[in-house]
Design a protein around this ligand. Structure first.
Ligand SMILES: NC(=O)c1ccc[n+]([C@@H]2O[C@H](COP(=O)([O-])OP(=O)(O)OC[C@H]3O[C@@H](n4cnc5c(N)ncnc54)[C@H](O)[C@@H]3O)[C@@H](O)[C@H]2O)c1
Length: 331
């Protein structure tokens, strides 16, 4: 975390700031004495939770507003030094059922950020996704890999990234895209498995509900711990060289899905799993193998993931043991 300098008294907006990644980022920024505003529409079924920011609620400003509202976006981007743009429709299957909703939030919402930053000059750090790639043509995936998304979410996350980079180039404000892999850790919602599957499984195991594994569970993913992700956001935010760049953020470790499930069950100390056939709507958008190279992010910022899967899952389980009623409401 050596690059963390210069955030004291900086004015910062986090869209999606009540959610999983946004609230963890807010904790770090408050620790660094930044002036933080959280902008969140509190939409269902996403991961906003007042418990996410309980410890810092008196240290941040909270605005309940929607990124689709251009006036509200402009009003709150004005005067900010940095905007972390995390508000999104996050479910891949939801994006297939409601492509218009996904487009409104992920594309139109991001265009509102583009207009506001063009006018007021704030730097944007955008939460992109591995979903922008589709089924890899080679591994590990790097920033030169072609983008062939397999769902509407991936298409719109890619379009939004392109809007931001285009506007930043033309209107001369800083913009960086971090294409995130499967992020897990404290403060992720546990009510459904539309996304944040590892956390969802921790919730299942804690409640002794069997974990459902689609197919043989041999698909692979790159799981990255939230503290490492927050570190990446902060490093690129304070690094001028990162402007106009795209970076992957992952652990760089290819993990078999079933091994992740076993790691969860071991960490919780109970739980079980069952194999079920892939639902067709899921199978058609599912990716077989995925892992990224983060060499580019390392070259620019010195960032590398620090927390391995076993350590990260243990830390996450410990957090939810202490905060069970905040996150597993029906428990
Ligand atoms: N968690 C992951 O594994 C992962 C992986 C890749 C990319 N991402 C990206 O990271 C970002 C944050 O994801 P997260 O995991 O923290 O999800 P989350 O659901 O926990 O947080 C998203 C937040 O955005 C808010 N939001 C949704 N639509 C909004 C709107 N129209 N206006 C204002 N607020 C709105 C929600 O209320 C929620 O609090 C998203 O952009 C997501 O696409 C996450």
């Amino acid at each position: 975390m050596n690059d963390r300098t210069g955030l004291k008294n900086r004015d910062i907006l986090i869209t999606g700031g009540l959610g999983f990644i946004g609230s963890n980022l807010a904790h770090q920024l408050v620790q660094q004495d930044a002036r933080v505003t959280l902008f969140d529409a509190r939409l269902e079924p996403y991961g906003w939770n007042d418990a996410n920011i309980r410890k810092i609620k008196d240290d941040v400003r909270i605005v309940t507003a929607d990124v689709r509202d251009r006036d509200m976006v402009e009003k709150h981007v004005k005067g900010k030094d940095i905007v972390f743009h995390l508000a999104a429709q996050v479910g891949r299957e939801i994006s297939m059922q409601s492509p218009e909703l996904d487009t409104q939030i992920n594309c139109f919402g991001t265009l509102n950020i583009c207009h506001a930053c063009a006018k007021h000059g704030a730097k944007v750090v955008y939460a992109g996704s591995r979903g922008q790639i589709g089924e890899p043509q080679y591994l590990p995936v790097d920033e030169k890999h072609p983008t062939l998304p397999t769902d509407v979410y991936g298409i719109n996350k890619l379009a939004a990234e392109k809007y931001l980079l285009l506007f930043s180039h033309i209107y001369k404000f800083g913009a960086v895209s971090l294409r995130l892999n499967n992020v897990y850790g404290p403060r992720c919602q546990m009510h459904h498995g539309f996304y944040g599957i590892l956390n969802w499984f921790i919730g299942n195991a804690m409640q002794e509900k069997p974990i459902t594994v689609y197919g043989d569970g041999q698909q692979t993913r790159d799981y990255v711990y939230i503290n490492d992700v927050v570190d990446a956001f902060i490093r690129v935010a304070v690094n001028e060289k990162a402007n106009q760049q795209i970076f992957f953020v992952g652990s760089g470790v290819e993990t078999v899905f079933l091994d992740m499930v076993k790691t969860v069950i071991n960490a919780v100390g109970r739980g079980s799993y069952v194999h079920v056939p892939f639902p067709s709507e899921r199978e058609s958008i599912d990716i077989k193998k995925f892992v990224v190279s983060c060499e580019k992010l390392f070259r620019y910022t010195g960032w590398r993931a620090q927390i391995d899967l076993k350590t990260g899952v243990n830390k996450t389980v410990e957090f939810y043991r202490q905060r069970y009623s905040d996150y597993i409401k029906n428990g």
